[in-house]
Design a protein around this ligand. Structure first.
Ligand code: ZN
Length: 177
């Protein structure tokens, strides 16, 4: 089956009027920051996204992203496959409309549109995928080259040793809300 490539940018309000419904893929090679955060990523990110007006007349777009990345296990340093599966629900806001921002239902994540009313789906989806990466990648115990028994000597506590490099991104997102 041919893979339909999604546009990198959309005008959510227009798309919602047309009740656009996309099912397709984005090339992960275009997601530079995601690629830097993982050993490798599947070539394609599967995307489903639906644009619509909700009962209150607010523009929303929601859907799902899925792909698979390869990470390094923090216990044995071997590679591990990590499926990513993210659900999202965004509502576009203009830069200065703080009031309308407050009025957004909690389930909607505000996303700023640019001067042309456009949103970069590529960057938005890339951020979502990066945020969904585990803070500490570890094999399931039975799959790991280093067993729990071997660890009694080393006492590795990866959660404390390694700071999530994307904590900053999370902070930024929180500030926007
Ligand atoms: Zn491991």
């Amino acid at each position: 089956m041919q893979k339909v490539k999604l546009p990198h940018s959309v005008e959510p309000v227009k798309s919602a009027m047309k009740r656009s419904d996309y099912r397709g893929v984005m090339a992960s090679k275009d997601m530079v920051r995601l690629n830097e955060a993982v050993v490798r990523c599947d070539d394609w990110v599967d995307v489903e996204v639906q644009f619509e007006k909700d009962a209150q007349g607010l523009t929303v777009f929601h859907g799902n992203l899925s792909t698979e990345v390869t990470l390094i296990c923090q216990r044995c340093n071997g590679e591990l496959s990590q499926p990513l599966d993210v659900n999202f629900c965004f509502s576009p806001v203009q830069g200065n409309e703080n009031e309308s921002d407050d009025a957004l239902p909690e389930a909607y994540e505000p996303v700023e549109v640019d001067d042309h009313g456009e949103v970069s789906l590529l960057h938005l989806f890339e951020d979502e995928l990066i945020l969904s990466l585990p803070i500490v990648a570890l094999h399931a115990e039975e799959d790991c080259a280093i067993s729990q028994d071997d660890m009694t000597f080393g006492e590795i506590e990866p959660e404390q040793e390694r700071e999530n490099p994307f904590a900053v991104l999370k902070e930024l997102k929180r500030d926007q809300e």
